[in-house]
Design a protein around this ligand. Structure first.
Ligand SMILES: C[S@@+](CC[C@H](N)C(=O)[O-])C[C@H]1O[C@@H](n2cnc3c(N)ncnc32)[C@H](O)[C@@H]1O
Length: 223
C-alpha cells in the first residue's frame, strides 16, 4: 500500500472517462477506442505475446470488460485458457464488465489501482501505463510486481498512441529500463505502430531492487 493519493486533477480526468465510455453501445467505443474492429484486434492482440500459458489475467483499468472478453477468445484460438479478472475505478464500468462476463462477475472489482489491495495474485497483470501519472509509474510497477503478480507471473504494461493524431506510443521499454526494471519482452501493434507493450517477469523483475545493483543487467527481447 502507498501512503499518498493520486493527484485530484488526475483522478478527475480519469473519472470523466466513465460517462464518455458508457454513452456508447458499441463495446469497442465503450472501451475508449474509435478505430473499429479490425484495428482493435491488430492493436490489442499483441498483448498475447506476453502470454505463454494458461492462467488468470487481471486487466487493471478493464472498462467494460471487452478487452478481457477478446483476450480470452483470442488466447483460446491459440489453445491457451485465460481466466478474466478486472479492476476499474468507474462503478458503472465495473457493472458493465460484470454483465459482459457474468460467469466471472465476482472477478471484476471496483477500485483505484494506486490504492487497491488485491485479494489474490494473478499470473498476468496488464495495465495501461497511464492508469497513474508518469511520476507514479515506477512505484506502481513495483507494487504490481510485489503484490499483484504470482511468483512466476508477468506484469505487462501497455501504451496506446493515436493514429489520427500521428502520436506514437509511449516508450515503455525505455522507461522501464531507465527505472531499473528488467524488460523480458516487447510487442507492438498497428501499421504504423500505434500500440506498445512491455513486460517484466516477477522472478527477475527489478534489476536494481537491491541498493547498488547493476542496472546494466537490464535486457530487452522482442516477443
Ligand atoms: C482506455 S480504457 C482501457 C480499457 C482496456 N483495458 C483496454 O486497454 O482497451 C482505461 C480504463 O482505465 C480505468 N482507469 C484509469 N485509471 C485507473 C486507476 N488508477 N484505477 C482503476 N482504473 C483506472 C478507466 O476508468 C478506464 O475504464
Amino acid at each position: 500500500m502507498t501512503d499518498d493519493r493520486l493527484p485530484d486533477e488526475f483522478l478527475r480526468r480519469v473519472r470523466h472517462l466513465e460517462p464518455a465510455y458508457l454513452a456508447h453501445d458499441d463495446p469497442i467505443r465503450a472501451s475508449g477506442f474509435s478505430g473499429g474492429p479490425q484495428r482493435w484486434r491488430a492493436e490489442r492482440e499483441p498483448i498475447l505475446a506476453a502470454v505463454d500459458g494458461d492462467g488468470d489475467l487481471l486487466d487493471v483499468g478493464c472498462a467494460n470488460g471487452y478487452l478481457l472478453e477478446c483476450l480470452v477468445a483470442w488466447a483460446a484460438e491459440r489453445g491457451i485458457t485465460l481466466v478474466p479478472q478486472g479492476l476499474d475505478i468507474g462503478p458503472g464500468l465495473v457493472e458493465s464488465a460484470q454483465r459482459r462476463l457474468p460467469r466471472f462477475a465476482g472477478n471484476i472489482h471496483l477500485g483505484n489501482a494506486w490504492e487497491w489491495a488485491p485479494p489474490r495474485r494473478y499470473r498476468y497483470v496488464y495495465m495501461l501505463y497511464d492508469c497513474v501519472p508518469e511520476s507514479h509509474l515506477t512505484r506502481m510497477t513495483a507494487r504490481l510486481l510485489d503484490e499483484f503478480v504470482e511468483p512466476k507471473g508477468r506484469v505487462i504494461l501497455g501504451a496506446y498512441g493515436s493514429r489520427s493524431d500521428d502520436i506514437p506510443p509511449f516508450d515503455l521499454a525505455g522507461f522501464l529500463t531507465a527505472a531499473g526494471f528488467e524488460v523480458a519482452g516487447t510487442a507492438f501493434g498497428g501499421d504504423p505502430v500505434v500500440t506498445a507493450f512491455a513486460w517484466v517477469e516477477a522472478r527477475t523483475g527489478r534489476a536494481n531492487r537491491e541498493p547498488g545493483a547493476d542496472k546494466r543487467q537490464a535486457t530487452t527481447a522482442n516477443g
